[in-house]
Design a protein around this ligand. Structure first.
Ligand code: SAM
Ligand code: SF4
Length: 338
C-alpha cells in the first residue's frame, strides 16, 4: 500500500480534496504560547490576545483526533507555539497514542526541556522528534531566540538520539545572515550524529514581512552547495514529507531541504491542521479556518463532527500563494502550528 493511502478509515469516508489529494496527517497545535522569541516568528515573545477562546482542553483534543482517525488519518504532529509548555503534554501524548488508528506521533519543539524529558516523551508514545536550531553559534542563537540556551538544546538533541526515537531531525530556518557563516559548524554537527538537519526556506507571514524581505534566501543555495561537495539526493518514499534529504559517505547524518517556494510544492500535500483553539486549517497560508469547537464538547457529537470535516475538504485550495506575496490570514506560524 502506498504510504499516502490511509490504512482504511473506520468510517468508510475518506479525507480527499477536490484535487484528489488524500489526507493522512494532522498537525495539531497544542498551544499558541511560547517561551522563546524567535525573530522570524514571535519577535516580541508570546502576547496574550484578549477575547480569544481558551486553548482546547485535553478532552476536546482527544475527541478531535478520534474523529480524524475514524476518517483514516493516522499520523499526528504535536506542535504550537511551544507544545511542551503545556503541563499536560505527556498525558495528552499518552492518550493520543491510544486512539484507534493513530500509528505515529511526532513532535516539534524548541528543545528547551528535551534534555530532561526525552525519555519520558518517548515512553509516552512520541515516535519522532524535530528540534528547532537555526544556528550553532551560541551568541547568534541567543540573539535569535532571546535565550542563551544553545548548549541545553544541543544536549536535548543528544538525549533524543539516546532515547531511541525512530527519527530525530533538526529544523533550521534559512536566513541570509546565518546562511554563510554557520556551514562548517553544521557539517561537524551531522558528521557523527544519526539525524537529519533540515533547512527550511524562510516563509513570509503577515507579521514578518519586512524581516522576510531582508532575510529570505532561496533553498537552491543549500542544494548547490551540497551537490558541489559531493552530497547525493536520496530517493523519497511516496507519501514522505516535502523534504529532499542529501547524504554523503563521510557523514553519519543527512542534510535536507524544505523549499515551500519551489514550484509544485503543494501538489502532494497530505496534511491538515488543527489550531489550539479548535479551528481546522486546510492550508498553512489559507483562511481563518473552520471552527470545530462546538462539536468537541461531548462524545455523542462525533458523527456531526466527522460530517463537518468531510464537508470542508472541497474548500482546500490547490496551493499557497506565497510567491505572490500572499500569506493568507497567517500572522506567524505559532498561531496555527508551523
Ligand atoms: N516552538 C516549536 C519550535 O520552534 O520547534 C514548534 C512550533 S514552530 C512554529 C515550528 C517550526 O516552524 C520551527 O521549526 C520554526 O523554526 C519554524 N518556523 C517558524 N516560523 C517560520 C517561518 N516564517 N518560515 C519558516 N519556518 C518557520
Ligand atoms: Fe516559539 Fe517555535 Fe515560534 Fe520560536 S519558532 S518563537 S520557538 S513557536
Amino acid at each position: 500500500m502506498a504510504l499516502f493511502d490511509p490504512p482504511g478509515s473506520l468510517q468508510g469516508e475518506r479525507l480527499e480534496d477536490g484535487f484528489g489529494r488524500r489526507f493522512s496527517y494532522l498537525r495539531l497545535s497544542l498551544t499558541d504560547r511560547c517561551n522563546f522569541r524567535c525573530t522570524y516568528c514571535l519577535p516580541n515573545g508570546f502576547v496574550k490576545q484578549q477575547g480569544l477562546p481558551s486553548e482546547l482542553s485535553s478532552e476536546e483534543i482527544y475527541r478531535a483526533v478520534a474523529a480524524f482517525a475514524r476518517l483514516g488519518l493516522w499520523k499526528l504532529r504535536l506542535t504550537g507555539g511551544e507544545p511542551t509548555v503545556r503541563h499536560d503534554f505527556t498525558e495528552i501524548t499518552r492518550k493520543l497514542s491510544e486512539i484507534e488508528g493513530i500509528r505515529r506521533i511526532a513532535m516539534t519543539t524548541n528543545g528547551y526541556r528535551l534534555v530532561q524529558r526525552a525519555s519520558e516523551w518517548r515512553e509516552a508514545g512520541v515516535d519522532a522528534v524535530n528540534v528547532s536550531i537555526d544556528t550553532l553559534d551560541p551568541k547568534a542563537f541567543a540573539s535569535l531566540t532571546g535565550h542563551d540556551r544553545l548548549a541545553d538544546v544541543v544536549a536535548g538533541v543528544d538525549a533524543a538520539l539516546e532515547a531511541g526515537f525512530d527519527t530525530v531531525k533538526v529544523n533550521s530556518v534559512l536566513l541570509r545572515d546565518l546562511e554563510r557563516s554557520g556551514w562548517d559548524d553544521i557539517l561537524r554537527f551531522v558528521e557523527t550524529r544519526n539525524l537529519s538537519w533540515r533547512f527550511i526556506e524562510f516563509m513570509r507571514t503577515n507579521d514578518n514581512t519586512a524581516f522576510h524581505e531582508q532575510q529570505a534566501t532561496p533553498g537552491e543555495i543549500v542544494r548547490d552547495r551540497l551537490l558541489a561537495a559531493g552530497w547525493e539526493p536520496q530517493s523519497r518514499e511516496i507519501g514522505a514529507g516535502p523534504a529532499v534529504d542529501y547524504a554523503h559517505p563521510a557523514y553519519r547524518g543527512r542534510i535536507g531541504l524544505i523549499a515551500p517556494y519551489s514550484p509544485g510544492f503543494c501538489e502532494s500535500c497530505n496534511r491538515l491542521r488543527l489550531s489550539s483553539r479548535g479551528r481546522l486549517h486546510l492550508c498553512l497560508f489559507g483562511t481563518e479556518g473552520l471552527d470545530l469547537r462546538e462539536l468537541l464538547q461531548r462524545d455523542d457529537q462525533q458523527e456531526e463532527l466527522i460530517a463537518r470535516i468531510v464537508a470542508a475538504m472541497p474548500g482546500k485550495s490547490r496551493g499557497h500563494r506565497l510567491n505572490e506575496g500572499d500569506s493568507g490570514a497567517t500572522p506567524h506560524l505559532a498561531s496555527i502550528g508551523g
